[in-house]
Design a protein around this ligand. Structure first.
Ligand code: AMP
Ligand code: ZN
Length: 468
């Protein structure tokens, strides 16, 4: 099994630190709003990586944090007149709902930065004791030049970085010994959440959070550290410097980074305002379609979001769902139980599709080719399964389709969920029924919607609906 390692810029054979186990850390979102579908890309991609390791028999310890203390969270809290804690708790809950909708497995652990401050303070103290960090006026900085390997992940040269950083010194950060140094701890400003530390009442820098949480839940050395490609520098470069300086060991063996999800060929991001939230998308499409769309491209290629590509993904997914439905129908009506000799031979041929699926996934998780193998299997099913097939043959093929789609986290069930337009239509019908004093029908519609997880609220401005 080969993984492209950002560190070596090569595909490398995967050899776990400990046989049969994978320790994996994925940098999670900063929770100050609903996640957008760009944030969903690493969630879907690395959940698929995890699922494939599990399919191969590995025991995966999958840790992904929530960054729940940050300038953007504080800003949003001030805007709404609530605490930062309320904002982060709200959007963690919303994020988990979206992840469930995308069939992303719950992590082994989702540590929260605010619950791990003690460990971060200890790690910063270790760095100070070892001469890798220093305090100035309550702020603690990492002494970047002291760490020899700095730049090894992003392949940046320290002197190039230095000339880029000079302007920073001019703009008032001159208490740093060197413009390359970065913050490990900063004192609080008025009204900000803060914790006690030996240096000041304040909060940790973003990078130290992941170094500490990864160490606490996975150990000093891990197999895979992952995130979007914007995290390579400075976030992951700084994590390496902190972790390796503090622990005296190589940090992660494999560094994996997904490319961006773009819109109109520009990065989808909150700051550019050109994004769709996962929640918005879920009102137009089943989130399985979003997942299938994402996995239709290799994770290291940029992917452009468009209605056309989503429509193509839906058609592709429907093809698999229809084949599975057809098999279920045939199983229900099959006359023979056991496979004939000819069926046994025909079934043996399906191993070709499984092999090509695994070859694709073994080659740095090429989900696009893996999906092509599933389509080949579906085609084989459509041409060989019929009313005369035995139950065992039909079930065997169905199980294979379900097994491979499950590796990709794709649920091959008929779409039951209602779309926004269907809901609106039912609400209109209910209003009309009420006007006609047909309250029985009106109640029936309300119950029908409730059974599908839609709650109606009669407000002064009209009927509103939400998902339960
Ligand atoms: P953030 O909340 O900005 O820290 O992002 C959380 C995760 O989403 C990180 O791994 C980012 O690299 C990733 N990410 C953000 N925007 C995009 C995008 N447009 N495409 C792919 N990944 C993204
Ligand atoms: Zn991180």
């Amino acid at each position: 099994m080969k993984i492209y390692n950002t560190m070596s810029k090569k595909k490398e054979e995967f050899v776990p630190l400990e046989e049969g186990r994978v320790r994996m850390y994925v940098c999670g979102p900063t929770v100050y709003n609903f996640i957008h579908i760009g944030n969903a890309r690493p969630m879907i991609v690395f959940d698929t990586v995890r699922r494939y390791f599990e399919y191969k028999g590995y025991d995966v310890n999958f840790v992904s944090n929530f960054t729940d203390v940050d300038d953007k969270i504080i800003k949003k809290a001030i805007e709404e007149g609530v605490t930062a804690d309320e904002i982060s708790k709200r959007y963690i809950a919303e994020c988990k709902k979206d992840m469930e909708g995308m069939n992303v497995k719950p992590a082994t652990k989702n540590p929260l930065a605010t619950e791990e401050i003690c460990g971060m303070v200890d790690m910063i103290q270790t760095l100070i004791d070892k001469g890798y960090a220093y305090e100035k006026n309550g702020t603690v900085y990492f002494r970047t030049r002291k760490f020899e390997g700095y730049g090894k992940l992003s392949h940046k040269n320290l002197d190039d970085l230095q000339s880029g950083g000079r302007s920073l010194l001019v703009s008032g950060q001159d208490e740093k010994e060197d413009s390359l140094d970065f913050v490990l701890w900063k004192p609080k400003k008025e009204g900000e959440p803060a914790w006690e530390s030996p240096w000041s009442e304040g909060r940790p820098g973003w990078h130290i959070e992941c170094s500490e949480m990864s160490k606490k839940y996975l150990g000093e050395q891990i197999d895979i550290h992952a995130g979007g490609e914007d995290l390579v520098f400075p976030h992951h470069e700084n994590e390496i410097a902190q972790s390796e300086a503090a622990n005296g060991k190589d940090f992660a063996k494999y560094w994996m980074h997904n490319a961006f999800l773009n819109i109109d060929n520009k990065k989808m991001s909150k700051s550019l305002g050109n994004f769709f939230t996962v929640r918005e998308i879920s009102e137009k499409y089943d989130l399985q379609v979003l997942r299938f769309f994402m996995l239709g491209a290799h994770y290291r290629t940029p992917l452009n979001f468009s209605a056309d590509l989503m429509a193509a993904a839906k058609t592709g997914l429907d093809r698999i769902i229809t084949a599975a439905d057809n098999l279920k129908f045939l199983i229900g009506n099959a006359k023979a139980e056991k496979m004939t000799e000819a069926e046994k031979q025909a079934f043996a041929k399906t191993s070709e599709y499984v092999d090509s699926f695994e070859r694709a996934m073994d080659d740095d998780f090429n989900t696009a080719d893996a999906i092509a193998s599933i389509f080949d299997l579906v085609k084989y099913s459509n041409t060989t399964a019929n009313e005369d097939s035995s139950k065992a043959y039909l079930q065997g093929i169905l199980d294979l389709i379900l097994k491979l789609t499950d590796v990709l986290g794709i649920i091959v069930e008929k779409e039951e969920e209602l779309l926004a337009e269907d809901i609106e239509a039912l609400i209109e019908e209910r209003q009309a029924a009420r006007k006609a004093k047909n309250f029985a029908r009106a109640d029936e519609i309300r119950d029908e919607l409730l059974a599908k997880g839609i709650i109606l609220e009669d407000t002064r401005e009209g009927v509103k609906w939400k998902k339960a």
